[in-house]
Ligand binder design. Sequence first.
Ligand code: ADP
Ligand code: MG
Length: 294
Amino acid sequence: STPVAMCCALSKAATSGLLFKGAEYLETLAKIKIMAFDKTGTITRGEFAVTEFRSLIDGLSLNTLLYWVSSIESKSSHPMAAALVDYAQSNSIEPKPDRVEQFQNFPGEGIYGRIDGMEIYVGNRKISSRAGCTTVPEIEGDSLQGKSVGYIFLGSSPAGLFSLSDVCRTGVKDAMRELKQMGIKTVMLTGDCYAAANHVQDQLRGALDEFQAELLPEDKATIIKGFQKEAPTAMIGDGLNDAPALATADIGISMGISGSALAKETGHVILMTNDIGRIPKATRLARRVRRKVI
Ligand code: ADP
Ligand code: MG
C-alpha cells in the first residue's frame, strides 16, 4: 500500500545516504527536471591550496601581508580561509585572530577586518567596491589560469593578490551523466570567478549542461526561481551563500559532512556522505516509488 511503499523508500534512501526531512520531498524528487549544483564544496572538495601569493605594494613584505590576511581569515569559515591560514602556517607565520577588530563577512564577496590599525579587505572583484577601490588590478600569468583569484586591499588600495586551486570530487562527472540520462538538466551556480568555474566545466565536459559564475547568494535564488518557471528544480549546496537558493528550490539538498549549519538547517534533504552519486540513485528510487503509489 501507499504509506508502506513510501516508508520503505524513505528508509532505503536513508540507508543509501540521503536523509529526507519529510515524505513529501521523496515525491518532489521524483518530479525534478533541473538540478543546480553549487561549485565550491559541492562539486569540488572545497579543499583549496594556495598556488600563488603576491604583494602589490613596494616595501610591503609577503610575510606582513600574509600575517594580516591569515589573522583575519582565521575568523571566517570559508574554505578559502582555511587554505590561507594553512599557507601562512606552512610559511612559519602564526595568525593572530585576537588582534582582529570589526570582523565582517560578506557572503559571495569576502571579508573585512582591522588589524594593527590597518583596514583590510580580502575577497573577489566584488569586495573592491566595499573597499572603495574602482580599479581592480588586472591579473596575468599562466599560474593564475583556471584558478580562483583573490584580492587584498589595504584601505582602498590594492595590496596583494593570490590564487587557489581546488579539485572536483570523485564521481561527480558520472553522477551528472547519469542525471542527464534520466532527462535532468545539470547546472552549476557559483560565486567564484568565471575562470575557475570554466576550468571545472572543462573537467565535467559532456556531463554539465551549463554554468553561471560570480553570483551573489540572492542571484543563485533568483536563477532557481527562473528555472522553476520551466520545470521543478533542485538545488544542491553546502555554504551559507547557498541557503537562499536551497530554500527557494522545490528541493534543497545540503551536504551533510562538510556543509554549513545554515545549509543543513535550510535543506529539505541532507546528503549524509560526500558522494554526489547518491543523488541520481535516490532520484531513481523516488521515481519507482511514485509509479507504485499512483
Ligand atoms: P561558491 O558559490 O563557489 O560556493 P562562495 O559564494 O562561497 O562560492 O564564495 C564566492 C567567492 O567569494 C569566493 O570565490 C571568493 O572569491 C569570495 N570569498 C568569500 N568568502 C571569502 C573569504 N573568507 N576569503 C576570501 N574570499 C572569499
Ligand atoms: Mg559552496
